[in-house]
Design a protein around this ligand. Structure first.
Ligand SMILES: C[S@@+](CC[C@H](N)C(=O)[O-])C[C@H]1O[C@@H](n2cnc3c(N)ncnc32)[C@H](O)[C@@H]1O
Length: 236
């Protein structure tokens, strides 16, 4: 696929929602992290899902959160450090981002992160129903061109998959700095009766909650003068 998102996928296949997977060639240290840390923390989707998903983690965890498209991992690492009782599954196909998280896992001895270095939709199909208490999709690729809108990751199919894996009372957080994508997200959520948008006042979606650290893409939006939307849904 080229960076423009034009590939030869047929309409019946799941459309690719991400751009490039590789940046610069890996340094020796990065290659070592990839070869030694990733196999230790990667989720094996060929294995049967463990009866209790908490068994995926070596540290003792009481619930599982899922982050889709963690980019440079700022939010994932922050949440893992601030919520040691939670097992965090992060999904990201962009190798440079995965390496940043592997580096943090290695240097900061983080035991409560598992990684899928590929498409999160594979993990969603693999996870048992009701196994997740929080899910995050933060600043997904905007795919602004009209012909690429169908590549937007957040759509009714993704929300249905998230509603399946979220436990009753669990929470889904979606963030975007693109007004038109916020509309896409809310329209998709209207189709999904198992997700209830929790906003009661404008500040509920205009202000980032204190336990939602800023990501690299949000920081870029701030620098470029764009406001962001912080959408929170309860699984009902
Ligand atoms: C615009 S970046 C935002 C990264 C990060 N969440 C942030 O806010 O800084 C979107 C990320 O989503 C990832 N992504 C896109 N489609 C994905 C998918 N199907 N599964 C997992 N990650 C995906 C991309 O590789 C990219 O790193």
């Amino acid at each position: 696929m080229n960076d423009d998102g034009d590939d030869e996928q047929s309409d019946t296949e799941e459309l690719r929602s991400f751009g490039r997977r590789h940046g610069r060639p890996m340094s020796a240290r990065q290659a070592k992290l990839w070869a030694t840390v990733l196999p230790r923390v990667a989720i094996d989707l060929k294995s049967a899902t463990p009866a209790g998903t908490a068994a995926l983690f070596t540290s003792s965890v009481s619930e599982i959160w899922l982050e889709i498209g963690f980019g440079g991992g700022e939010h994932l690492i922050w949440q893992a450090l601030h919520n040691p009782h939670v097992g965090h599954i992060g999904c990201e196909p962009f190798r440079d981002g995965v390496i940043k998280v592997l580096d943090a896992i290695d240097t900061r001895a983080i035991a409560n992160i598992r990684v899928h270095a590929d498409d999160a939709r594979d993990v969603l199909r693999w996870l048992p129903e009701g196994s997740i208490t929080r899910a995050f999709v933060l600043f997904p690729d905007p795919w602004p061109k009209r012909k690429h809108l169908k590549r937007r990751l957040v759509n009714p199919t993704l929300l249905a998959a998230l509603a399946r894996v979220l436990r009753l009372g669990g929470q889904l957080r979606l963030g975007t700095d693109i007004g038109d994508y916020a509309r896409t997200m809310l329209m998709a959520a209207q189709h999904e009766t198992r997700l209830h948008w929790q906003a009661e006042t404008a500040n509920d979606w205009r202000k980032r909650p204190l336990d939602w650290p800023q990501t690299r893409y949000e920081a870029k939006a701030v620098r470029e003068g764009r406001n962001s939307c912080y959408l929170q849904f309860e699984r009902i």
